[in-house]
Write a protein that binds this ligand. Structure first.
Ligand code: PEP
Ligand code: MG
Length: 572
């Protein structure tokens, strides 16, 4: 038994076998074989196994990710059957008695080098296809299986160095009971996705991949961040009980699913949910959210090899708005960059991607991308209660420019006789310190603010949210952060605007009473946090929380704030 301590990223207990996403290293030697016929058969068998595996992956991808994504695997199948690639491999075995894996690797490397050298994007993609396909065939020749998230068909806990947001999107919650990664923090996007899918997760364990072999039994404790490898019988019993208690607790919470969120002294706050994909709306409704406070649209642009069309986006936005049946839906325009990459945009590599050409900065420069999204949103606006917000706004000019582009697109649609809702509120994320400091000026031009604490904390504390070595600086309770939040709320209220929070802090039980006291109007969080937050808010008094505002903002350390919250509001 080994215990590792990481960061609890998504509540719940998972107990299952490990499924390691580490790619194996192939050792391929230039060997000759004595039985050429047997070697040719070995190659044929490996090609057939790769073929049926690819067909299965393509079919799963079709169902889960759509025809377009599945087309990549059809291209892989064509490579596998291409005589120009396969025949020279067979000839090498037949004429030179070379072992199949070496012959295949040599031919694959030759084609890859040839295609990569061409000044043509299409051909470069063919090089990537050959790389993928040859790796798959070699894995069968050497009997060393390749990990593949979409092929998982038994209950497992996924173990990886890191999971990209698109890896996480491929996880099938039916089989993937939990996951654990070496790197990442509570606000890395894989952690956020885990919470929206309600999969228990421990991230930032530093060494999970080196300690864990495929098939080992693991316990993931998403509450405390503990990862137990090869647990004792006693631990298994203890954690099964913990899991059962959590199931019962959730049943208790679910009694509040149809209730409004009203504090003990009769004050209503809005509890909304964050989503990444239209399918997430199911969990939003199951958990009784009063709206969607953040729809991260970038996931529509990921897991694919080209930009989504206006029509595809329109369908997604319309679906979400219709399913929410008139409840508010705040859609954030494309926030790509940082840890969310779009390889097909072929943006130059940056030294500081979190501080670079991302989100609204990219949209204001590559306006065709932005305008397509805005048109899709505006067209969908008549199907529900849409609000639009822009991410990563640093200056008033950026907001004004983004808004005027939105207005231009609205006018164009009206001229085309396409109906657009009249009263779409237009707001912005406050996630860059300059926006928080200047909130009084921004409040004159926006309809609402949504505070993105994941980035606001990262930029205020100058601590990369992906880097677990500086994760101690992710301090939502630091008085510096509380003062910024308070400034934004006061500035907005003075202009009659409402303020939400869609960063992870909004669903944090220690932060909730503090934010209530600072006057936050809307709390937007992972769907799984809604019911516990509603339970907590029902027992809090807004007036009492507000009476502590000055005292709170005068504190000097995060620890003192935490101690104060725990003593005053009985949270742990
Ligand atoms: C935030 O920064 O707090 C936020 C909600 O946006 P994201 O996590 O997508 O960067
Ligand atoms: Mg952000």
């Amino acid at each position: 038994m080994i215990e590792l301590n990481g960061i609890g990223a998504s509540d719940g207990i998972a107990i299952a076998k490990a499924y390691s996403l580490k790619e194996p290293e192939f050792i391929i030697e230039n060997k000759t074989v004595s039985d050429k016929q047997q070697e040719l058969k070995k190659l044929d068998d490996a090609l057939n196994q790769a073929k049926s595996e690819l067909e299965q992956i393509r079919d799963t991808a079709r169902v889960r990710l759509g025809e377009e994504k599945a087309a990549i695997f059809s291209a892989h199948l064509l490579v596998l059957q291409d005589p120009e690639f396969i025949e020279p491999v067979k000839a090498d075995i037949e004429n030179n008695s070379i072992c199949a894996e070496y012959a295949l690797k040599e031919k694959a490397d030759m084609f890859i080098a040839m295609f990569e050298a061409m000044d043509n994007e299409y051909m470069k993609e063919r090089a990537a296809d050959i790389k993928d396909v040859s790796k798959r065939v070699i894995s069968h020749l050497l009997s060393v299986p390749l990990p593949n998230l979409s092929l998982i068909s038994e209950e497992v806990i996924v173990v990886a160095e890191d999971l990209t947001p698109s890896d996480t999107a491929q996880l099938n919650g039916q089989y993937v009971k939990g996951f654990t990664t070496n790197i990442g923090g509570r606000t890395s996007h894989s952690a956020i996705m885990a919470r929206s899918m309600e999969i228990p997760a421990v991230v930032g364990t530093k060494q999970a991949t080196s300690e864990i072999q495929n098939g080992m039994i693991l316990i993931v404790d998403g509450f405390t961040g503990k990862l137990i490898i090869d647990p004792t019988e006693k631990q298994l019993i203890e954690y099964k009980q913990k899991h059962e208690q959590y199931v019962l607790q959730r049943e208790e919470w679910s009694k509040l699913v149809n209730e409004a969120t009203v504090t003990e002294d009769g004050h209503h706050v809005e509890l909304a949910a964050n989503i990444g994909k239209p399918e997430d709306v199911e969990k939003v409704l199951e958990n009784g959210a009063e709206g969607i406070g953040l729809y991260r649209t970038e996931f529509l642009y990921m897991e694919r090899d080209k930009l989504p069309t206006e029509e595809e986006q329109f369908d997604a936005y319309k679906t979400v708005l219709e399913k929410m049946e008139g409840k508010p839906v705040v859609v954030r325009t494309l926030d790509i960059g940082g840890d969310k990459e779009l390889p097909y945009l072929k943006l130059p590599h940056e030294l500081n991607p979190f501080l670079g050409f991302r989100a609204i900065r990219l949209c204001l420069e590559q306006q065709d991308i932005f305008r397509t999204q805005l048109r899709a949103l505006l067209r969908a606006s008549t199907f529900g209660n849409l609000k639009i917000m822009f991410p990563m706004i640093a200056t008033v000019d950026e907001f004004n420019e983004a808004k005027s582009i939105l207005m231009e697109e609205k006018q164009k649609l009206i001229q085309e006789n396409i109906e657009v809702a009249e009263d779409i509120e237009i707001g912005m994320m406050v996630e860059i310190p300059s926006a928080a400091v200047l909130a009084d000026q921004f409040a004159k031009v926006v309809d609402f603010f949504s505070i993105g604490t994941n980035d606001l904390i990262q930029y205020t504390m100058a601590a990369d949210r992906m880097n677990e070595r500086v994760s101690y600086l992710y301090q939502p309770y630091n008085p510096a952060i509380l003062r910024l939040v308070s400034m934004v709320i006061d500035a907005a209220h003075q202009q009659g605007r409402w303020v939400g929070m869609c960063g992870e802090m909004a669903g944090d039980k220690v932060a909730i009473p503090l934010l209530l006291g600072l006057g936050l109007d809307e709390f937007s969080m992972s769907a799984s946090s809604i019911l516990p937050a509603r339970t907590q808010l029902k027992h809090l008094s807004k007036a009492h929380a507000a009476s502590h505002k000055a005292e709170l903002l005068a504190m000097d350390t995060a620890e003192k704030v935490i101690d104060f919250a725990k003593e005053t509001y009985a949270v742990n």
